[in-house]
Ligand binder design. Structure first.
Ligand code: FAD
Ligand code: NAD
Length: 391
């Protein structure tokens, strides 16, 4: 009996487990390792960080969500020994495997910027999202006694998708927090600092401008072409210019799991360029999916971005290719058909370019509905047991 070990119960790992478990007459043992007993929808972490959703609305129990034939181990992976085909764990005994799917996901990127780790609040898992929310609320509450204007100043670092979606939730909730924590709304200052010259460059310029104006109308000031060079305890620096704030949200990008570098893979920012069937060069028994994989888009040679959409699609190919290998058949190439690019601006609005039955450019409530439909679909794509849905 072949043993398949899947690392990480995020989008990539959950989907791989689901796809493998439903293959009939496959004589395999499937093991899924995750550091927490729960799965979290990473695509909604910014909502927990802004306080528009509670953690239990974006998490579910991994054991209840997978097919009972999948053995779930709750432990932290520390290293993969590719030659010995062995996974080392923080607490338990090492696991050997015949086939491996590594889906350990993303971590926050600081690019070595001084003070970013110490003074910025990242949004990368449930614990960091909850911590960012607590800091935000405590700081805003504190203004009532401190009268320190920096308590009402928030700097969001970077203007990628995570920053923009976080800002959307933040401005949506701000007036409610002003009432609850008794601070003057007109004194709140929100700055978003971006190194590149254009905000939301991946969208049609009219949609991007609409999204930027929406956030500006709700109190956000964008500083494009402004590289962050240092993060101090109460200010973000771009060379000599200081952006003071007592809440600094650190969302300047991601890299793959540190386990990749720790295991000696040939990697860049903890992402490994995989073969066209998603296996690892020289290790046909090993597949990388999701944010630890770097997959060139055959149409332009550039790497695909790291998204949940792609993680799920990669998981399908990796699962099929493991089955092909077990049955002595040829593996297939990974092919990705995007559903489009969708960005929320709070719970009720957004912008989107959707590729389903045509190419649709959407803004406002329609874009928000499209985004929720794609997100809700992803939950059903991950779980094996009916009834596991977000509240
Ligand atoms: P992850 O989802 O990161 O899952 C990795 C899993 O492995 C987690 O369960 C983690 O706990 C576990 N793990 C990590 N390290 C270890 C270890 N050492 N040992 C054991 N277990 C471990 N993409 C979209 O397509 N659409 C969106 O709308 C969207 N919104 C986003 C919003 C935010 C705020 C963020 C941060 C990202 C968003 N993304 C979105 C990107 C998307 O979330 C990621 O691309 C996706 O989560 C990657 O999936 P994954 O399976 O590779 O890894
Ligand atoms: P990102 O890399 O997409 O954006 C980070 C931003 O920070 C970039 O615009 C970058 O120029 C900026 N930046 C980096 N260093 C900086 C510096 N020193 N000073 C100022 N700005 C700096 O990262 P993200 O937004 O965290 O997203 C991570 C991944 O998740 C991406 O692949 C993204 O596509 C995906 N994601 C998708 C969605 C969605 O589809 N709705 C939502 C969130 C995240």
């Amino acid at each position: 009996m072949a043993k398949i070990v899947i690392l990480g119960a995020g989008y990539g790992g959950m989907r791989t487990a689901k796809q493998l478990a439903k293959v009939n007459n496959l004589d395999v043992e499937i093991v899924l390792v995750n550091k927490n007993p729960y799965h979290y929808q990473s695509t909604e972490l910014h909502e927990v960080a802004a306080g528009t959703k509670e953690p239990d609305q974006i998490t579910f129990d991994v054991r209840k969500a997978v097919d009972p034939k999948v053995k779930v181990i709750i432990d932290e992976v520390t290293k993969v020994d590719q030659d010995a085909k062995k996974v080392e764990l923080k607490n338990g005994e090492p696991l050997t495997y015949d086939y491996l799917v590594n889906a350990l996901g993303f971590e926050s990127e600081t690019f070595g910027i001084k003070g970013a780790d110490e003074n910025g609040w990242p949004i990368l898992d449930i614990n960091t999202a909850v911590a960012a929310r607590k800091h935000l609320e405590d700081t805003l509450k504190n203004y009532k006694t401190s009268h320190d204007e920096n308590d009402l100043r928030i700097v969001v670092c970077g203007a990628g998708f995570t920053s923009i979606e976080y800002l959307g939730e933040l401005v949506y909730r701000m007036s409610e927090m002003a009432k609850e924590f008794d601070f003057p709304l007109d004194k709140v200052k929100i700055d978003c600092i971006e190194a590149t010259p254009k905000i939301l460059p991946m969208f049609d310029p009219k949609l991007a401008d609409w999204g930027v104006k929406f956030l500006e109308d709700h109190g956000v000031t964008f500083h494009a072409g402004t590289p962050i060079t240092e993060v101090k305890p109460n200010a973000v620096m771009s060379n000599d210019t200081a952006f003071p704030a007592n809440t600094i949200i650190w969302t300047t990008g991601v890299h793959g799991s540190h386990v990749i570098a720790d295991s000696g893979y040939d990697q860049k920012r903890n992402r490994v360029v995989v073969e066209d069937d998603l296996s690892v060069n020289g290790h046909p028994e090993e597949f990388l999916v999701g944010d630890v994989s770097a997959v060139p888009n055959p149409s332009n040679g550039r790497l695909y971005p790291t998204t949940a959409q792609i993680s799920i699609a990669e998981a399908d190919t990796a699962a099929d290719n493991i089955v092909a290998r077990i049955n002595g058949k040829e593996t297939k190439k990974f092919v990705f058909k995007s559903l489009g690019t969708l960005c929320s601006l709070g719970p009720k609005t957004g912008i989107a370019e959707v590729d389903m039955g045509g190419h649709w450019k959407l803004k406002g409530a329609k874009a928000s509905v499209a985004k929720k439909l794609v997100a809700d679909r992803s939950v059903t794509e991950l779980t094996d047991v009916s009834g596991i849905m977000k509240e």
